[in-house]
Design a protein around this ligand. Structure first.
Ligand code: PGA
Length: 254
């Protein structure tokens, strides 16, 4: 059985005190209300990673991650944060290539491939985000776009390294818009991604790959999405900013 992962990406939200309160609420609520098998990952802004890690690492099923990392190991890169720094603060996951980074910070596949290498070299699980824009979907080029994102981002890895990669399919048109992909649309893309991985790395690696869906996941649509055979969890934005809605999404995963 491949791992199910529900991750909350807090983006650039919350003060320190608010982030601590949200973490402790989620630790309590998930601890007392959730009996399922999913791993829960809280992904705060960098400056809170150390504190959030310390709170969640005492639990068995909650971990901490970061939203980005440098492609460099260390050096004169003012404002950057390395994968080793993230790891040393207690986090075990890092998002690579979120569409907001691709769109606003011009991150491209080949650069993201280097970031994935940096993450894996430091024993972090890389949550690699892929997804098409509305224009790409409407012009029916979304499978080509997804294929380039997957091949250019991941195909330099070995099958062994793929064990520490999670893919998050996040259609850009569904992020923060309230517009979720239908379960059928998401399942179709997840199966497409799994087939690409199988063709390159073999069936076992593909079967073990966790593929999350992201884009306006809410308590109301989570159970239906999670019932699809190739949807192994969620990367949640807006609904992860409140303990009640986030915990309810977690509880939708058996
Ligand atoms: P959303 O964000 O849930 O607010 O759509 C998802 C994401 O960007 O990871």
């Amino acid at each position: 059985m491949r791992k199910k992962i529900i991750a909350g990406n807090w983006k650039m939200h919350k003060s320190f005190d608010e982030a601590m309160a949200l973490t402790s609420e989620i630790v309590n609520m998930v601890g007392s209300e959730y009996n399922g098998s999913a791993k829960v990952v809280l992904i705060p802004p960098f400056v809170y990673v150390n504190s959030v890690s310390r709170m969640v690492n005492a639990t068995t099923n909650i971990a901490c991650g970061a939203q980005n990392c440098s492609n460099h190991a260390s050096g004169a890169y003012t404002g950057e944060v390395s994968a080793a720094m993230i790891k040393s603060c207690g986090a075990n996951y890092v998002i690579i290539g979120h569409s907001e980074r691709r769109q606003y910070f011009a991150e491209h596949n080949l650069w993201l491939a280097q970031k994935i290498d940096a993450a894996l070299a430091n024993d972090l699980v890389a949550i690699y985000c892929v997804g098409e824009t509305l224009e790409e979907r409407e012009s029916n080029t979304h499978f080509d776009v997804l294929k380039s994102q997957i091949t250019e981002g991941l195909f330099h890895l070995t099958a062994a390294k793929m064990a520490n990669v999670v893919v998050a399919y996040e259609p850009v048109w569904a992020i923060g818009t309230g517009k979720t992909a239908t379960t059928a649309q998401a399942q179709e893309v997840h199966a497409f991604i799994r087939n690409l991985i199988a063709a390159k790395f073999g069936a076992e690696t593909a079967n073990n790959l966790t593929i999350q869906y992201g884009g306006s996941v809410k308590p109301e649509n989570a159970a239906e999405l999670f019932a699809a055979p190739d949807i192994d969890g969620a990367l949640v934005g807006g609904a992860a900013l409140q303990s009640r809605s986030f915990t309810d999404i977690v509880k939708a995963m058996p």
